[in-house]
Design a protein around this ligand. Structure first.
Ligand code: IPM
Ligand code: MG
Length: 362
């Protein structure tokens, strides 16, 4: 028997519940096919947790997460808070507190394009083809966690963009190590022409770069990086950036892959790793069974690779997704005018298709 692993499933809100179910199914299948022991536990977060306990990240959830070897997370959010800027308790607070408490300072967002989906993007196929980008978004600092508040009796509000050297150093090292194993190009994105925190960022990245002489480094302002992403996505290899810029740029970059429904992410630090789709809770399609589970399934693949170092297992999940797409199966978000109705699958059927191919590959 191989080593045993504890995985916590954290579905969260909206389609998070629907897609993590498929991600979990894939992990179960892997355990069965490759004779691993995965012990699953479930926990609540976000709006679901607020409803049940009043707290978006209950103590019990946090305790459970800290005991895990890895976490498969869905999404948090509920439209009811989006239009209520005065809400004191919000689902997103659960997510931010979890990132901070678990020390998940590095958010890896691979933007990889499956050839079968070249047509699903609104960007021209000839511009896209061959794009393969890995974002390192800093996740526990910046304006997300800096001092904020109101003054002038509430008429003025502020959020502080703040970074310390050690925060930049630790994520920069991870990004450089990744670049070494790829095409050896790293773009650090900041706004050093305006922001002091960006000047510290750039200075620190320049220092760390000396440890990795074989990696070619480029420093780019965020506005220019945003433009270049669409103009020439193939230019990018590893991108290293702060929390807010990374949030924005990775949503933009998701369009290179055709759909947010395809992109997985890993949040890591020094302890447990957390894996999640980059899409949100999508309440507009919740309960319809049409959400694309591939981002959650690909998140499970990242989990196997990064947290458990099960490379073969991880690759087989990616291959199974590839085979599913090659065979022409689509969820509605990645279908196009040429896709016949019979090939458009719902969430569960798409998950099952991937399981079928997993069994064949093995
Ligand atoms: C993300 C999300 C979150 C973020 C929200 C839900 C707080 O957009 O993970 O990219 O801004 O970090
Ligand atoms: Mg975001």
């Amino acid at each position: 028997m191989n080593k045993s692993y504890k995985i916590t499933i954290l579905p969260g809100d909206g389609i998070g519940k629907e897609v993590t179910q498929e991600g979990q199914k894939v992990l179960q299948k892997i355990a069965q096919l490759y004779k691993h022991e995965f012990q699953f536990a479930k926990a609540i977060i976000g709006h679901t947790a607020i409803e049940q306990t009043g707290n978006p990240l209950p103590e019990e959830t946090l305790k459970q997460l800290k005991k895990s070897d890895a976490i498969l997370f869905g999404a948090v959010g509920h439209p009811k808070y989006d239009n209520d800027p005065n809400a004191k308790v919000r689902p997103e607070q659960g997510l931010l507190k979890m990132r901070k408490e678990l020390g998940l300072y590095a958010n890896l967002r691979p933007i990889k394009l499956f050839d079968e989906l070249l047509g699903a993007s609104s960007i021209k196929p000839e511009v896209l083809k061959g794009s393969d980008i890995l974002f390192f978004r800093e996740l526990t600092g910046d304006v997300y966690f800096g001092e904020r508040g109101r003054r002038d009796e509430g008429a003025t509000a502020f959020d502080t963009m703040i970074y310390s050297r050690y925060e930049v150093e630790r994520i920069a090292r991870k990004a450089f190590v990744a670049a070494q194993g790829r095409r050896k190009k790293l773009m650090s994105v900041d706004k050093a022409n305006v922001l002091e925190s960006s000047r510290l960022w750039r200075e620190t990245v320049q220092e760390i770069a000396k440890e990795f002489p074989e990696v070619e480094v480029e420093h780019t302002f965020v506005d220019s990086a945003a433009m270049l992403l669409i103009k020439n996505p193939r230019h990018f290899d590893v991108v290293l950036t702060g929390n807010l810029f990374g949030d924005i740029l990775t949503d933009e970059a998701s369009q290179i892959a055709g759909s947010m429904g395809m992109l997985a992410s890993a949040s890591v630090g020094d302890t447990v790793g957390l894996y999640e789709p980059i899409h949100g809770s999508a309440h507009d399609i919740t309960g319809k069974g049409i959400a694309n589970p591939l981002a959650s399934i690909l998140s499970a693949a990242l989990l196997l690779d990064i947290s458990f170092n099960l490379k073969k297992e991880s690759q087989s999940v990616i291959q199974a997704v590839e085979r599913t797409l090659q065979a022409g199966f689509r969820t509605v978000d990645i279908a196009d005018s040429k896709t016949s109705q019979a090939m458009i699958l719902n969430t569960e059927a798409m998950g099952n298709k991937v399981l079928e191919y997993l069994a064949i590959i093995n």
